[in-house]
Design a protein around this ligand. Structure first.
Ligand code: UD1
Length: 332
């Protein structure tokens, strides 16, 4: 059996950590990335961690012709599709761009699977498809509400396309909030523009790049008034993809799984944990609520534990220590 796995967006945040895990478990990942929100140095650093050359193609997934012609698809066993635009705020301003890019790329890849008889597909989705849930924790059976952003809509549409496709096996992973970095501090979250997500912003405050963090709202009906999320170490998220392939290698699978730590933590609690574990103070203020934010969401991941045999191994504390080490190393 061939173990060649195409990883689109493999130089990006979750993609790069997944490539490392795939190598660790004996797979041969091949990266496709156009470096629109990542840098090629991520690939050099993946190679340092893995002590191995990694094949990569500088390609845009929506370039159908090049996608078809550049790769010997007959030798590919499966695809993990990460490559997507992911800024919630930008997706409101550039809705068209988000729809074209995220949906078209998935369509092209599903077509490639059909033409070249590739039987395994893993899709990178998000808990954003649950919208504002009525009941917590959310399971895979929780009703999908209207996503609060065009970005979220693209994820929901792609999920639908995959479910109705002819592909023999697919696994859709709905990530909650991946944070942290590889413990070597060689790879991590490295947005080319201003970060949108909480932990990179906390790190920028810690290092002095940013004067203070604005907490978006402290008047939510939660235990301390700030929003609650399910933060999970990015390496645990990355491992879930390996387990997804193991599952599809043994049994026909067309399923969706939540991937989180199954714990709800508030913004304030997360900041406190960062301060305590890294011994550094974060300057913050309370600001207005952010449009589209959901007050509270966290996962029930028992399905992934049972059926993928996956469970998270790392704590939030460890994720925050690794995030801070990465932030400091990134500057050098
Ligand atoms: C966001 C997206 C989600 C996407 C994910 C990708 C929304 C509504 N959801 O998740 O669809 O999959 O990013 O990584 O945007 N916060 C602050 N101050 C800041 C930044 C964030 O208080 O400067 C708070 C937010 O209000 C939120 C929490 O921190 O409560 C986490 O925010 P963020 O890291 O942006 O993730 P999500 O909003 O959960």
């Amino acid at each position: 059996m061939s173990k060649n796995i195409i990883v689109t967006g493999g130089a990006g945040y979750i993609g790069s950590h997944t490539v490392v895990e795939l190598v660790k478990f004996g797979f041969n990942p091949i990266i496709i990335d156009n470096f629109s929100n990542s840098s090629s140095s991520a690939i050099e650093n993946i190679e340092k961690i893995c002590k191995k050359k990694i094949d990569f193609f500088d390609l845009n997934c929506i370039d159908k012709l090049k996608m078809n012609n550049s790769i010997n698809w007959k030798k590919i066993d499966g695809i993990i599709h990460f490559a997507a635009l992911k800024s919630v705020s930008e997706s409101f301003e550039k809705k068209e761009k988000y729809f074209t890019n995220n949906i078209e790329s998935t369509k092209i890849l599903l077509n490639i699977c059909e033409v070249y008889n590739i039987k395994k597909f893993v899709f990178s989705s998000s808990c954003t498809v649950y919208g504002n849930p009525n009941n917590l924790p959310v399971t895979e059976k929780t009703e999908l509400k209207k996503p609060s952003s065009p970005y979220g809509e693209t994820k929901k549409i792609c999920e639908e396309m995959i479910k109705t496709s002819q592909i023999k096996n697919f696994i859709i992973l709905r990530y909650f909030n991946p944070i942290g970095a590889h413990e070597s501090a060689l790879i991590g979250e490295h947005p080319l523009n201003i970060p949108n997500n909480l932990v990179p912003l906390i790190c920028e405050c810690a290092i002095g790049k940013r004067e203070k963090l604005t907490i978006y709202g402290n008047d939510y009906p939660t235990r301390d008034g700030t929003c609650i999320r399910d933060y999970i170490h990015v390496c645990d998220v990355a491992q879930a993809h390996v387990y997804a392939f193991k599952k599809m290698n043994t049994k026909t699978t067309r399923k969706i799984f939540n991937i989180g730590l199954s714990k709800g933590i508030s913004v304030l609690e997360l900041i406190n944990l960062f301060e305590k574990n890294n011994n550094i103070k974060i300057n913050y203020e309370f600001g207005k609520r952010r449009e589209g934010d959901i007050e509270e969401i966290f996962a029930n991941c028992s399905l992934a534990e049972k059926e993928l045999n996956w469970s998270p191994k790392k704590t939030i504390q460890k994720a925050l220590i690794d995030a801070w080490r990465w932030e400091q190393k990134k500057l050098n």
